[in-house]
Design a protein around this ligand. Structure first.
Ligand code: ZN
Length: 87
């Protein structure tokens, strides 16, 4: 049990290491001035580019969702590609 928990923590740190982080606001939980990573870029017709960023906690939530989805549909789960096209 202890070992399993340890593995899980390492996993999460490994996943976080796959993304680039900078202090900004999280669009998902609305936390401000926290470590965030860009998920997507939106360029509205006005041309003012906007980055959709999420904090570490939300990123891990989304990675969890992706992993569960991959298990359901029988795909191989690959962390680190959130925001990119999925099959
Ligand atoms: Zn968040």
């Amino acid at each position: 049990m202890q070992l399993r928990l340890q593995e899980k923590v390492m996993d999460r740190r490994d996943i976080l290491a796959l993304y680039k982080w900078a202090v900004a606001d999280c669009f998902r939980c609305a936390e401000i001035d926290t470590e965030t990573t860009p998920l997507a870029e939106i360029t509205p017709p006005s041309g003012h580019r906007y980055e959709v960023r999420v904090c570490e906690r939300c990123l891990l939530d989304l990675e969890d969702e992706k992993r569960r989805h991959a298990e359901r549909v029988g795909c191989e789960y690959e962390p680190g590609h959130l925001g990119q096209c999925e099959r």
